[in-house]
Design a protein around this ligand. Structure first.
Ligand code: MG
Length: 256
């Protein structure tokens, strides 16, 4: 699939709302045969690069803009109603106490922008970490963060739907370099009796490259731990700090 110059221009001009609306354009494949072909062809997948907004678009909720007050205003320390243990250093959110943070607000369909960098471990470190973190949607669906630049995509690799779906291509940058996830999330749908009629889905751009094309979460991914066992219409966003100290900046969400 190729992006025509005209389409690219349209997306650039109209921003996130249009990008979400244009997803029909990006979701032309989904037969079982083609899905089976996906994993085999992922390494050779064409790079589809979108000009995404670098600033919060109109209608965005800025969850973290660089101030410590942003953390206390919009986030809890996970499993509590306490302020996050995380600190802010030069506009960057730094995990502390091996703890996660979770948004006070819950979201359903949304466009989420997150910037992150994985830690640089000194060569002398006898036990370096893996830059393992993640972005949790609705408290139960993780888009994986990992230091795995140069490796083949995997089900637990960068920008995977963790444990379920590898990214189409691995476009991870090196530890210490800032990276972006732009995630368009479609919440599950329920019928009048409350039965699930559509599982949640995500489209993910990693550093501007399409790496998940409207892929379905087959179930919770593990990040829910003891919480959010059931599918719900809305849920919080989680940033993981309980594994490795991956840092974050510029986080915004556009509810849809
Ligand atoms: Mg993780």
């Amino acid at each position: 699939m190729r992006t025509s110059p005209r389409r690219t221009l349209t997306l650039a001009l109209l921003g996130a709302g249009a990008a979400a609306g244009a997803l029909g354009f990006l979701t032309t494949r989904s037969t079982p045969a083609m899905a089976a072909q996906d994993s085999a062809s992922a390494a050779a997948a064409p790079s589809i690069v979108m000009p995404l907004p670098s600033r919060p678009p109109a209608g965005a909720v800025v969850l973290f803009g660089g101030k410590s007050e942003d953390l206390t205003a919009n986030w809890y320390k996970r499993y509590s109603k306490d302020a996050p243990a995380w600190t802010v250093d030069k506009g960057v959110a730094v995990p502390k106490e091996k703890s996660d943070i979770t948004t006070k607000q819950e979201f359903g369909d949304c466009y989420l922008h997150v910037e992150f960098r994985t830690p640089v471990y000194p060569a002398s470190d006898p036990n370096p970490g893996h830059g393992n973190s993640g972005v949790g949607l609705q408290g139960r669906y993780e888009i994986q963060i990992l230091s795995d630049a140069g490796k083949e995509p995997g089900k637990s690799g960068s920008a995977s739907l963790y444990s379920q779906k590898a990214s189409r291509v691995n476009v991870s940058k090196k530890p210490g370099e800032w990276q972006t996830y732009d995630i368009i999330f479609r919440a599950p749908r329920f019928d009048e009796s409350g039965a699930v009629v559509e599982k949640p889905r995500a489209t993910v751009f990693h550093n501007g490259v399409l790496v998940q094309n409207n892929e379905e979460f087959t179930g919770m991914t593990g990040i829910q731990y003891s919480e959010y066992k059931e599918m719900t219409k809305t849920g919080p966003i989680i940033l993981q700090g309980d594994h490795d100290p991956v840092q974050f900046r510029n986080i915004w969400v556009v509810p849809m």
